[in-house]
Design a protein around this ligand. Structure first.
Ligand SMILES: Nc1ncnc2c1ncn2[C@@H]1O[C@H](COP(=O)(O)OP(=O)(O)OP(=O)(O)O)[C@@H](O)[C@H]1O
Ligand SMILES: [Mg+2]
Length: 228
């Protein structure tokens, strides 16, 4: 599903954010990406999403080299990738329903499909009773669940989350990861960058550790790696 070969990202002369990264993530895997602040986690996720381009190396996703996609091919590629950010990035002037429906409208879904998919997805994330609330009427955890619903509503093959529990208490964080796990069980490949040691240790998934831009550990059923 994801194949990364000799990936380098140099932002400037003295900032080499990723150095010779190699890894393969198979379809259906659940992977935690961990490492200290500045290790290169977000850089890697942005490269996977094609928000930025690498200095060297290749990334193959769904069998295609995303580093070589033409600008006009990028939106089509992203349709198959759900993305969740720490800061939710919801539309503040739209209610929950509209925030999720928006993700379907941009891919040209029919009104009928929208009426079906949005309630189904809200049920999945446990927010059926908040359909007509605006983001500022929701708690941080609820907003994050809306962001998750938006990321998965068009049934992407891959979900990438960058610190999706960054601002949440431990219980709500577990709730979000449980949801990602459910999505994963339904067949979606999930990649989560996180600092939450307790979560990584609890779930016993594959753990990939970055340190100063290098992959220093990759373990099945791993625990949070403490480089100190
Ligand atoms: N747009 C940018 N321009 C220049 N340098 C950048 C840019 N984005 C990130 N960096 C640098 O690249 C390195 C990796 O940053 P990155 O954001 O990938 O780290 P991270 O592992 O996500 O950290 P955090 O846990 O704090 O989110 C850091 O040294 C950072 O300062
Ligand atoms: Mg980051």
């Amino acid at each position: 599903m994801i194949e990364i070969y000799h990936l380098y990202k140099q932002y400037s002369k003295d900032v080499l954010a990723l150095k010779d990264l190699n890894m393969v993530i198979d379809r259906g895997e659940f992977v935690f990406l961990v490492g200290a602040s500045g290790a290169g986690k977000s850089t890697l996720l942005k490269l996977l999403l094609r928000e930025i381009s690498p200095t060297r190396g290749n990334i193959k996703i769904f069998g295609k080299d995303v580093t070589r996609l033409k600008k006009r091919e990028v939106p089509l590629y992203r349709r198959n990738v759900g993305m969740v950010f720490q800061d939710c990035r919801l539309l503040e002037d739209r209610n929950v329903f509209e925030n999720i429906a928006f993700a379907l409208r941009v891919i040209g879904a029919s009104p009928r499909e929208i009426r079906k998919r949005v309630p189904f997805t809200l049920e999945l994330v446990g927010l059926k009773n908040k359909v007509f609330k605006k983001p500022n009427e929701l708690s941080g955890g609820e907003q994050q669940r809306v962001a998750l619903a938006r990321a998965i509503v068009n049934r992407p093959s891959l979900v990438i989350a960058d610190e999706p529990t960054g601002n949440l208490d431990p219980e709500t964080s577990m709730n979000i990861i449980n949801l990602l796990q459910e999505i994963n069980i339904r067949g979606t490949t999930v990649l989560v960058a996180t600092h939450a040691k307790n979560i990584v240790d609890y779930y016993q998934k594959r753990v990939v550790v970055l340190e100063k831009g290098r992959l220093i550990s990759d373990q099945e059923r791993g625990v949070y790696f403490n480089a100190d």
